[in-house]
Design a binder for this molecule. Structure first.
Ligand SMILES: *Cc1c(COP(=O)(O)O)cnc(C)c1O
Length: 389
């Protein structure tokens, strides 16, 4: 299904791609097709769709919208962000080398390590901001380089263009997980990446009520190969999930703009507070990745983390007293969340690996939502006051 918004500005694609394109009844909101199977027009006359695992009109509309927003040739919608990562990894030839960031999403590390332990891939985890370490990882001739920027939970920034240039010199493909920013803020394909991965669970859906993923490819041949593979392994997403995610996508741009304005205000507030030792937000000039982020992003996103002056006791007091922020994992929804990486999102890593990655016990991560800035500041202030600030 295509429509007249196909060549519009990104904001228009998000708001209106597929709107009023229903040939049957002129429905303004795109219809939800739940049917698993499709009638043939006649003997040996299949239509555009035959079976729901292979293709679904609702899912394809979402795929096309996300592909356009990322500037790709097409996309495959998967049942989760992890299924999106695995769509790329599981079709590598046996023993292929994969390079991933040492501080990438915990679920991604778990998946890569599991596949490496089964002998299916070789794995090198490196600090991609360290050009020397990255160059040495490339000497092992990887097939695939995974990138995450900003990283979780310290918001480290990696220069996508320079990673792609170096990787392409050794014929490695580059996939950027763009979950933390969304195409409203960062478009990795324009910076040279071959693939973009999303957990659409986060900003693209934006309402914390769907688990989903997407892989966008720059090249049409790769889109076809990925679509084929998603059908082979059966990892395509459900139509209702696609429909909800498309509805969430409608407001992506205003949500991101509002959320990152709130995040900037929160970052400034935290930076000036006596109970806070350090704020990790790429929008602050004090952040090591500020210059690169300013160059490759159209804003600084709505994820940040900060360290309390006190230790784990201060963390407990903060969490008990904080207002407006709900203690929960995940991110990217309209509601503000606070997480304690050491005991929640990054608990599996173990204390030693956390220390190496710079994830201290007094670190808290915020996903800043669309509430009123004033309420967010008041809520944080309550938490900080309780931990002796
Ligand atoms: C959440 C997340 C994933 C995994 O996505 P799911 O939808 O939870 O499977 C992958 N990468 C990043 C950066 C994430 O935040």
């Amino acid at each position: 299904m295509t429509d007249d918004k196909a060549d519009s500005c990104p904001e228009t694609i998000a708001a209106a791609f597929g709107v009023a394109s229903d040939p049957a009844f002129g429905a303004v909101a795109p219809p939800l097709y739940l049917s698993t199977t499709y009638e043939f027009a006649g003997f040996e006359q299949p239509r555009a769709y035959d079976y729901g695992r292979a293709g679904n009109p609702t899912r394809d509309l979402l795929a096309e919208a996300i592909a356009k927003l990322e500037g790709g040739a097409g996309a495959v919608i998967t049942a989760s962000g992890m299924a999106a990562v695995d769509l790329l990894v599981s079709r590598l030839p046996a023993g292929a080398q994969v390079v991933a960031p040492h501080d990438c999403y915990g679920g991604t590390i778990r998946l890569l390590k599991a596949r490496a332990e089964l002998g299916q891939i070789g794995l090198r985890l490196v600090d991609q901001a360290d050009a020397g370490a990255f160059a040495s990882a490339l000497r092992e001739r990887p097939r695939l380089v995974l990138v995450e920027t900003p990283s979780n939970p310290l918001m480290r920034i990696v220069d996508i263009r320079s990673i792609c240039t170096m990787a392409h010199e050794v014929q490695a493909e580059v996939a950027v997980d763009n979950t933390f920013l969304s195409p409203a803020i960062q478009q990795p394909l324009a910076l040279g990446a071959d693939y973009v991965i999303h957990s659409t669970t986060k900003y693209l859906n934006g309402h914390s009520d769907v688990i989903g993923g997407a892989v966008v490819a720059a090249d049409a041949v790769q889109v076809e190969a990925l679509r084929h593979w998603a059908n082979v392994v059966g990892s395509t997403g459900a139509p209702f999930d696609a429909w909800l995610t498309l509805r969430g996508l409608r407001t992506l741009f205003p949500r991101m703009e509002w959320q990152q304005a709130n995040a900037m205000a929160v970052a400034h507030y935290l930076e000036s507070h006596a109970a806070v030792a350090k704020v990790h937000y790429p929008g602050l000039p004090s952040h090591a990745g500020h210059a690169v982020a300013s160059r490759q992003q159209r804003g600084f996103g709505a994820m940040l983390s900060f360290e309390l002056v006190g230790g784990i006791e201060a963390v407990k007091c903060f969490i008990a007293a904080v207002g407006c922020f709900t203690l929960a994992e995940s991110l990217g929804g309209v509601e503000s969340l606070v997480a304690h990486p050491a005991t929640m999102t990054h608990a599996d890593m173990g204390a030693e690996a956390r220390a190496l990655a710079g994830i201290s016990d007094n670190l808290l991560r915020l996903s800043v939502g669309i509430e009123a800035e004033q309420d967010l500041i008041v809520g944080l202030g309550q938490g900080l006051a309780a931990c002796g600030g």
